[in-house]
Design a protein around this ligand. Structure first.
Ligand code: GAL
Length: 806
């Protein structure tokens, strides 16, 4: 909380006390000053337990990412090969002055997994699902005045394996303390919809659940006010006299907006709705809901349209980890991922395969991404022995309801997915559960379609599609079947929820580029028959038997317009699922962008197809053995042709044919400089050069941003490159780089994107991989100059200075 805010707030409370006025809700960041213990302890929930020896930390926190890689860790390489287990968190706090005679809640955005929370020794409840947001009421157990209150949280991620990817462990999302008056908006208590939108006007419907726990009927007024992005009031609806008879009353209000500015992926215009509840004592609550005004539709013939404009959904699937930061939520880290994806031309995210952090949805609202908000990776039938199938029966209704209630006001969320590759699709239980889950969603939100990521394209074998309730039939992989879909499922809407799953290691190339490595070949082949150094080729020529190269997958989407869009598997590499390799591989090869955030070559394939800005990207590097034949590729757009030169001599002009997505020259290697020139109508559009690198000479540092916020959370992502004396990247450099910092910042993580590195992510050193690594700096709560210095044996060091300002 800023100082000004604290002072205003204190004055406000004084004012309130003097006139015995009610106080609207107060939301306090509750991430600081927690104590943590890795391990179990039979007494740690007790109020008098002594946690003096425990480690002090700030949430969000993921203890797995701090641990050591080990093949024997129970999460297995599939889960990232990091430790899991049991951990405890405790926080001692004095009740804020504003909490007297009010309701006090603790809100968790996500705890992985099986959490139990106690206040002053009273158990408040358990929540198995590691991705769901939840809150508990603390009021009856709190101690007033200066007395200490103790929250204790036990997190049990010991039953393993429970995930097909890295989950993280702990209170890895944000925590808040919320106090409200006895008349207040309920948890996720608003639902704002726009039943009618066109360019000249929008009807806005605000439905609000109001809680009255005073024990008697209350007379209130409910005011819904819409503010535009500049904070100007643009509409208001006052319901002056409402009687709240029961504990929960739903108030519905209709507003009209003239000339609304629509929310779109290009211009994500945001309004907000403020709901104010006033009793005769004063303002009882003020509650904000985001509002983006847009309309969209699916049509079996015309496809997907947003605000009446036909467009393709150009998306990627994203797991929740943030690379070296693990699962611990950081808004800047998520924003950076989205910025990199946006620069590729991506306009949609599928939250594989679980509810995301709420801040991801805020970012997507603000940055203009469509979100396919997914609930589950399994229902009753397991994918791993200890996964959510154990809790499904008891919890699925509650978890799904909470997800929809929490997320249904985000304009970015355009569709719900009730599951990914659910095993029940193969028998009749799938029909019944598809109906049940779809009905749960529709009851809470009838404005968005429901889908589920299916694999089975034969209607009589797909018991989930047979339910007849999925608004959109979404399929993973099997692009060969796309042309048949409209015949098999007449008049349906289709989406490709997963495509490609091709393997790439940044900066590694297996020649010849046109021989496709398929491994594993089938479900029986062992995951060993690849390269001895656990690399996969970045020529888009490696894939598993169920997947496709990026070109084959995207080419199929282009040719089948009845597919309304796609979600590439995957946007970023993620921890865990290190197919096609066994240990020490421990993170995925599927990303268009590596774990450190460095784009692989296939990123530029999509950029050349999806984005309107001119692209010319050439690969591979230019350090080979004399006489070797090397395939040089170019991805390009906005041009008719590309000419390639080696040491000034033309190797010919190439043009993409109708179905081509790149051009290629087969070049006898000679050291020197390759130059590609793209041209349109004879005019040069872009030029790119790659030169043979000499000996490693120096380090280069570049930061994603030079000005940071001194808030203890903001991050700078500093790219480290090893260069020769002329500034060429050394394409195979693996120098050990040591980092030191001065000023108000610390190193939050290091990485190099190599999928089989067992170096720790929390360290002040990293080997470069194929010439590059990354250091992530995190600010502190005081401003000043931050200096990062990188040194390595035999190389000229480098440093970079960034400004951190309050
Ligand atoms: C899909 C699955 C994803 C991921 C992917 C790898 O079948 O839905 O979670 O495992 O395969 O290709």
């Amino acid at each position: 909380m800023s100082r000004v805010y604290v002072i205003c707030f204190a004055l406000f409370i004084l004012g309130q006390a003097a006139f015995a006025r009610p106080l609207p809700r107060v939301v306090t960041d509750f991430n600081k000053d927690w104590k943590f213990y890795l391990g179990d302890n039979a007494q740690a929930e007790e109020a008098q337990f002594n946690d003096a020896q425990w480690r002090r930390l700030t949430l969000p926190h993921d203890w797995s990412i701090e641990g050591k890689f080990d093949e024997k860790n129970p999460a297995k390489p599939e889960g990232g090969g990091l430790p899991t287990g049991i951990g405890w968190y405790r926080k001692t706090f004095v009740l804020p002055a504003d909490a007297k005679d009010r309701h006090v809640f603790i809100e968790f955005d996500g705890v992985y997994r099986n959490s139990e929370v106690w206040i002053n020794g009273h158990s408040l409840g358990k929540r198995p699902n590691g991705y769901i947001s939840f809150r508990y009421e603390l009021t009856p157990y709190l101690k007033p005045g200066k007395q200490p209150n103790i929250l204790a949280v036990r997190v049990d991620n010991s039953a393993q394996p429970n995930s097909r990817w890295y989950s993280g462990s702990g209170i890895y999302r944000n925590v808040r303390l919320v106090t409200t008056s006895k008349i207040a908006v309920d948890q996720w208590g608003t639902f704002v919809t726009t039943p009618k939108v066109d360019n000249s006007s929008a009807a806005v419907r605000v439905s609000t659940n109001v809680r009255n726990t005073t024990g008697k009927p209350q007379q209130v007024s409910v005011v819904a006010t819409i503010y535009d992005a500049a904070g100007k009031q643009v509409a208001e609806q006052i319901n002056p006299s409402l009687t709240l008879r029961d504990t929960l009353t739903t108030v519905t209000q209709g507003l009209a907006l003239a000339q609304p500015k629509l929310w779109s992926v290009e211009q994500p215009y945001l309004y907000k709705v403020v709901t104010t509840i006033k009793s005769k004592q004063g303002v009882e609550d003020r509650y904000e809901t985001p509002l983006g005004i847009r309309y969209f539709g699916f049509d079996a013939q015309k496809g997907f349209s947003l605000n009446g404009k036909t467009m393709r959904i150009l998306g990627v699937c994203q797991h929740h980890d943030l690379g070296a930061l693990g699962a611990a939520v950081n808004v800047r880290a998520m924003e950076r991922q989205l910025e990199i994806l946006r620069a590729m031309g991506c306009n949609a995210i599928r939250t594989a395969h679980n509810p995301p952090a709420p801040e991801l949805l805020d970012l997507c609202d603000r940055m203009g991404f469509l979100v396919l908000d997914e609930a589950f990776d399994m229902w009753q039938k397991k994918k791993n022995g200890q996964d959510y199938h154990v809790d499904f029966k008891q919890w699925h209704r509650r978890d799904l309801e909470d997800q929809v209630r929490r997320d249904r006001n985000h304009p970015s969320v355009f569709m719900w997915s009730i599951g990914n590759e659910i095993r029940e699709q193969f028998d009749s239980t799938g029909t019944h559960l598809t109906k049940e889950l779809t009905a749960i969603v529709k009851r809470l939100d009838a404005t968005r379609p429901v889908t589920s990521a299916l694999t089975e394209q034969e209607p009589d074998k797909n018991f989930m599609s047979q339910a007849g309730v999925l608004d959109v039939l979404s399929f993973n992989y099997k692009h060969e079947g796309y042309p048949e879909l409209p015949k098999r499922f007449p008049n349906q809407i289709f989406l490709a929820t997963e495509t490609a799953a091709a393997f790439e290691t940044r900066g590694h190339y297996d020649l010849p580029s046109d021989s496709i490595r398929v491994w594993p070949k089938d479900g029986k082949t062992k995951l060993t028959n690849g390269n001895p150094d656990f690399t996969a080729s970045s020529y888009d020529n490696a894939r598993p038997y169920w997947g496709a190269t990026h070109e084959a997958a995207w080419g199929a989407i282009k040719k089948n317009p009845h597919l309304t869009g796609l979600f590439v598997w995957s946007g970023f590499d993620y921890l865990g699922e290190p197919l096609p390799y066994p240990w020490p591989a421990r993170s995925s090869y599927f990303g268009l962008i590596d774990l450190a955030g460095f784009p692989k070559d296939a990123y530029y394939l999509y950029q050349s197809e999806w984005s309107s800005k001119p692209v010319l990207h050439i690969l591979p590097h230019w350090n080979w053995s004399a006489g070797q034949t090397v395939d040089v590729w170019a991805y390009y757009n906005n041009a008719d042709e590309v000419e390639l030169f080696l040491n000034g001599k033309s190797l010919g002009v190439k043009k993409k044919g109708n179905d081509d997505l790149h051009v290629m020259w087969r070049v006898p290697y000679a050291p020197g400089t390759l130059q590609a020139v793209s041209r349109k109508g004879g005019q040069t559009v872009l030029k790119r050069t790659i030169s043979t690198a000499g000996r490693p000479a120096k380090i280069e540092l570049t930061a994603d941003r030079n000005a940071l916020k001194a808030d203890g959370r903001d991050l700078a992502f500093v790219t480290v490159r090893v260069l020769d004396d002329k500034g060429n990247l050394i394409p195979n450099a693996d120098n050990l780089v040591n980092f030191t910092t001065s000023g108000p910042a610390s190193i939050a993580g290091v990485d190099n994107g190599y999928q089989a590195s067992l170096e720790p992510f929390k360290a002040n050193y990293r080997k470069t991989y194929n010439g590059m690594c990354l250091a992530i700096l995190q600010t502190q709560e005081k401003g000043g100059n931050i200096k990062l210095t990188a040194t390595a044996e035999g190389l000229a060091p480098a440093s970079i200075t960034l400004q951190s300002k309050p």
